[in-house]
Design a protein around this ligand. Structure first.
Ligand code: ATP
Ligand code: MG
Length: 332
């Protein structure tokens, strides 16, 4: 059976980008066709300036939102990364296979390190090595597929490189995984700055739709989205990034494709209105389930306890195998 691994970082409130680019396909498709693991990858949240209490709150919230999105813990394994030691154990081994040049070439490292410096902070070493930990997350579970948004495909490529390199040098150990981004909305852009990705850790909230935003807040953010200077509505990410982003969001909500939709609109106002309503309707059931789930925190704890137990059992043989293969003496 195909094995799937993916995750979200508790670095902020989950956004429409996280949902359309990743979580929705986990809930609607992946969990039904593959043995799936979905993780709250909390160790990754420590790579930038963070508040410990906030990371804990966001970790619980992210897990609750995965369940509210329809991920069924009887089908998929939902767990917190730091509850499974194998991630950190394997990450170190992979650091011994990766090179510093490879790490410095990662686009996300370049972008996030600039942001950290701009915020007056220093760049944590873990931000540089983050993609290695992500590779460990994936390889520890022998995952075949990694459903992620387009921004993560470079990290999955690196994961593939590390897996192949390890296997060649030390013998067949890891499954070589591949990224499976969605066909539509693999890169949802910020509504106020449609040339940059909508990201939950970004400071400005006006261009970001959060999954728990009230319907009126969602409407306001989408109605105020930046559009482009042309008068025609065409799907062209280069020439009309604002409009194209709205078309893509609307198409993702309706299950259509953005090119086909563009012919149906003559005004920005009508496009925004339909997009706003489509997003409000998309989020409504999720927000309702979220409300029910927060009323029962012991249920979440039980889900995460069972998830971690199952994940540990799956990761340990592969990681132990990697320790032996690379030349470490088995414990006596
Ligand atoms: P951060 O700003 O902290 O990196 P993020 O919003 O990028 O937060 P992640 O936890 O890094 O969220 O990513 C979770 C998943 O959501 C990944 O699969 C990622 O590719 C996807 N994703 C994130 N942002 C978008 C986006 N704007 N459009 C589509 N997919 C996205
Ligand atoms: Mg990200």
């Amino acid at each position: 059976m195909t094995r799937i691994f993916s995750g979200v970082k508790p670095t902020g409130h989950l956004t429409l980008g996280n949902y359309l680019g990743a979580v929705r396909q986990w809930a609607e498709v992946d969990q039904y066709r593959a043995d799936s693991l979905f993780s709250i990858v909390d160790l990754h949240a420590l790579t930038v300036e963070h508040d410990p209490g906030r990371v804990r709150r966001l970790s619980r919230q992210a897990a609750t939102l995965l369940l509210a999105s329809g991920i069924d813990p009887e089908r998929a394994t939902v767990f917190v990364q730091s509850h499974v030691d194998e991630h950190a154990r394997l990450s170190y081994l992979l650091e011994c296979v990766a090179t510093d040049g490879e790490m410095r070439r990662m686009i996300q490292y370049k972008e996030k390190s600039v942001l950290e410096r701009a915020r007056g902070g220093s760049v944590r070493l873990s931000l540089l090595t983050y993609p290695v930990l992500m590779a460990a997350d994936i390889l520890a579970y022998d995952a075949d597929e990694v459903p992620v948004g387009e921004d993560q495909t470079q990290h999955v490529e690196l994961t593939r490189d590390l897996a192949v390199r390890f296997n060649q040098r030390y013998g067949q150990t890891f499954v070589v995984p591949r990224a499976t981004p969605p066909k539509v909305a693999a890169r949802v852009m910020d509504l106020q700055d449609p040339t940059s990705k909508m990201g939950k850790s970004h400071d400005a909230g006006a261009g970001i739709v959060y999954l728990l935003d009230e319907p009126d807040v969602v409407r306001k953010k989408i109605m105020r989205a930046v559009t482009d200077s042309g008068t025609e509505i065409v799907f062209d990410r280069e020439a009309q990034p604002g409009v194209s982003n709205l078309l893509e969001i609307l198409a993702a909500c309706q299950g259509g494709n953005p090119e086909a939709l563009s012919g149906a609109y003559e005004s920005y106002g009508a496009l925004k209105k339909d997009t706003a309503e489509a997003v409000v309707e998309l989020l409504r059931p999720l927000q309702q389930r979220h409300k029910e789930l927060v009323a029962d925190p012991t249920y979440l704890e039980e889900v995460l306890r069972r998830g971690a137990e199952r994940a540990r059992g799956m990761a340990k043989p592969t990681v132990d195998g990697a320790y032996r293969a690379i030349g470490l003496l088995p414990p006596v």
